[in-house]
Design a protein around this ligand. Structure first.
Ligand code: NDP
Ligand code: GDR
Length: 324
């Protein structure tokens, strides 16, 4: 057990909730930067039974003064920057907000560290979306970037600023280039959760069809609960660095649907309807990560298969829809 403290931005999101649970289990004092919202944003922490165990500090990743106050109050040894407008689909409609939150937000956090205590270790939530129009069939830390959305561009800026702050000012700053990771706590707008929610509703007779966009896109999907372990491991290394975190297996949206529907004895082809309105202005066709560095240096590997993940998510949605 440790007596360290950590501040998590984006603590109310999918990864924030799992990371908070992981750090609490390790004995950390966990603080969260909580932006003001008009509706309840603590449901994921409640779902994991940890709402009362984390200390929330009023603040927003776009407001430097609030981050400085949060660091002064929490006095953390580690800052995990997970805050983002993280939905690629919305980033074309809200490119400036996405740039401000998902791009500049990381720099606000890095600058706050420089001002308050440069010894604070920093984790940046980077993404496989930075690879975009992929230049190599399997993506590693050395694969060139070519982002395909305002979200990918914003995250690439945040990534390079993390690298720059490490190299310019000697900060212990790490960038985790994480491939897609999902869970029952995934936002409903993301394709896996949209599918598992629909499977549950269709199975229970509450919905008939599921509208999807590009079902030929391929992603390297893992379980969020596994991936937050890699974040923590990066921050424990002697020096900050960049790591690809992935399962090393890619699957199409179509095949992911097939798995989810088959779990409840349904055929996805009887229910999925293609909707051209859901096709994005630019697409990332296929992502497949090479997690060798994370395995060799962090001792990390993904332990949940996509089959297990789909079962976990469909079963959770069946329970939830039944209760509704
Ligand atoms: P979510 O969308 O579930 O969570 C995003 C979090 O950021 C929420 O807590 C949200 O709060 C918070 N947030 C949004 N705007 C602000 C703001 N202005 N100030 C402070 N907090 C804000 O994302 P995930 O948990 O899935 O992802 C975590 C991080 O990892 C994100 O940065 C994402 O871009 C990145 N990432 C995710 C991957 C994935 O597959 N899940 C893969 C690679 C990277 P609220 O809900 O109240 O708006
Ligand atoms: P992604 O995740 O864009 O990879 O970003 P998402 O689940 O939104 O899309 C994955 C792929 O599925 C295709 N798709 C659809 N997507 C959605 N959301 N809804 C649909 O109806 C649909 N039909 C087909 C998409 O076109 C895409 O190809 C996620 C986010 O968590 C980012 O924050 C993170 O950085 C990356 O993963 C890694």
């Amino acid at each position: 057990m440790t007596n360290k403290s950590a501040l998590i931005t984006g603590i109310t999101g999918q990864d924030g909730a799992y990371l908070a649970r992981l750090l609490l289990a390790k004995g950390y004092n966990v603080y969260g930067l909580l932006p003001r919202r008009s509706t309840d944003s603590l449901w994921r922490l409640r779902y994991l039974g940890i709402e009362g165990n984390v200390q929330m500090l009023d603040g927003d990743i776009t407001d430097l003064s609030s981050i400085i106050r949060a660091l002064e109050r929490a006095k953390p040894q580690e800052l995990y920057n997970l805050a983002a407008q993280s939905y690629v689909g919305s980033s074309w409609a809200q490119p400036l907000l996405t740039g401000n939150v998902s791009g500049l937000g990381a720099v606000q956090a890095l600058e706050a560290i420089r001002l308050v205590n440069p010894q604070i270790r920093f984790y940046q939530a980077s993404t496989s979306e930075m690879f975009g129009l992929v230049q190599e069939s399997v993506q590693s830390e050395s694969t060139p970037f070519y982002p395909r959305s305002p979200y990918g561009c914003a995250k690439l800026y945040a990534h390079w600023m993390t690298v720059n702050h490490r190299e310019s000012f000697g900060l212990h700053a790490s960038s985790g280039i994480l491939f897609n990771h999902e869970s029952p706590l995934r936002g409903i707008e993301f394709v896996t959760r949209k599918v598992t929610d629909a499977v549950a509703r269709i199975k229970l007779g509450r919905q008939k069809a599921l509208k999807l966009g590009n079902i030929d896109a391929k992603r390297d999907w893992g379980f969020a609960g596994d991936f937050v372990e890699a974040m923590w491991l990066m921050v424990q290394q002697p020096k900050g660095d960049d790591y690809v975190v992935a399962t090393g297996r890619t699957t199409s949206v179509r095949d992911m649907c097939q798995l989810a529907f088959a779990h409840v004895g349904l055929n996805y082809m009887d229910h999925v309807v293609l909707d051209p309105a859901l096709i994005r202005p630019a697409e990332v066709d296929v992502l497949l990560g090479n997690p060798s560095k994370a395995r060799a240096q962090l001792g990390w590997h993904a332990s949940t298969t996509l089959e297990e993940l789909m079962v976990m998510m469909v079963d959770a949605d069946l329970r939830r829809v039944e209760r509704e």
